[in-house]
Design a protein around this ligand. Sequence first.
Ligand code: SF4
Length: 555
Amino acid sequence: MELTLWTYEGPPHVGAMRIATSMEGVHYVLHAPQGDTYADLLFTMIERRGLRPPVTYTTFQARDLGGDTAELVQRSIRQAVERFQPEALLVGESCTAELIQDQPGALAGGMNLGVPMVNLELPAYSKKENWGAAETFYQLVRTLLKAQLPAPGTPKPSPSRWRDEGRRPRVNLLGPSLLGFRCRDDVLEITRLLAEHGIDVAVVAPLGSRPADLERIPTADANVCLYPEVAGPVCSWLERSFGTPVVRTVPIGIGATAAFLRELHGVLDLALPADLQSLEGQPSEAERRSRLPWYSRSVDSTYLTGKRVFIFADATHAIAAARIASKELGFQVVGLGSYSREQAREVRAAAAELGLEALITDDYLVVEKAMGEAAAELVLGTQMERHSAKRLGLPCAVISAPLHVQDVPARYSPQMGWEGANVIFDSWVHPLMMGLEEHLIGMFRHDFEFVDGHRSHLGDGAPAAAGTGEPEAAGTAAAGPAADPVPAPGTTTAADAVREALESLWTADGEAELAKIPFFVRGKVRKNTEAFARERGLARIDAEALYDAKAHFSR
Ligand code: SF4
């Protein structure tokens, strides 16, 4: 194991903590040395959770190592069960405790606790947090469903059993957890989306569920694998053991949301509604329900087309981001990678489709180097890439765990479904627009609005009058420069003549380039370019002259 300052994932026992803390009625006894309680802060500080995680640490110290640490484990388990009266108990060890080989799970197994118990064997030196979360969730579901396992040879349930039973179809949403990316809001968004299609949600797990809810998992007609990093193994096991089909499309982005609904309708033997049927080359009605497609075709966005985007995240969000960036926003993906080694194959396939080689690593410095070499103009990553992008002066949006406290917003901010696509548009495109604005500020930095001591339209911040040592009269400051005399109606002034002459200089391609500039600065760009043309005695203002003027004023 390497000591590192920053890491994408914690050790696997942190993954187990994510499952225990996401649920109600579950307690985790963790054999761990004093100091490992730091992990509590991930939930109280980053997730802003009001309660400590439901974890009892054995907190052994150096002096305990000479004595009977196994007795300490048993005492901690007994006390935790008496005090918290959990409906299910997880027992495991942290990386350091693994070296003592007390085998706390085996000890708990011999204690006749009268509560379902999962012995977590999470190899701390070869696996990481997401694997630990997936394994814990899988072992917990397996333990709780043991009594319901169908006998070998039992036929698979029919996909339309809901019809035979005279009820609406229902599915489980599996995988959302604390310290995942926007899971709380994704669950709400997908629950609403399903309700619009007459589909109920049976169980959401692990987030917000109790052990008794996990026992209801087989009552659903299908399992939706919302976050494969956490729910992949359990969904595959449920498919093998109970014959429950799995919906594997992750509905992040417009295309994927529509594909998710189509897959779900197919799996449940539901007729596909007209608005989910694609017309030749046209987005379907459902695909038009998000503002992302329209916004991404809007005038301002022509500036964004072809932007070079570098993506590094967990596998689910990295693959989704690559698809949205390349197919829905018209960006050019110049780098794609993930720290999720378990899903490396899927990331490699997504990268190959874009003509790239996937970067699979958990070294953030390797990612930072690749980001710089790719000459990216936008970075979509984790909070680690946010730091790296800041160092490189690149705009960045966070799209995946590991996250920072600011990535757990109080407001509704899903990534999945139609509304998720809107949120994605805003959070990816606005950092780029800010770059655009800074560029324009550079272009017009000599104008009075942008110089030090500039004043507002109300005269606030007016500098003292130079030379006299007297403050400028309030009335003068508020009135601004003296107004031009108003010409009589119908008269052509000299200023009009100059204006007409200048306007006639514009060529069609110059006007076309000018039209691409956002309306709120277009007038100013026109004026500056004409001033530039007049100074240089240019006979015409074409696109090249416009960009020469831009370069001149940016200098
Ligand atoms: S501020 Fe940055 S470096 Fe510090 S804890 Fe948060 S994410 Fe880590």
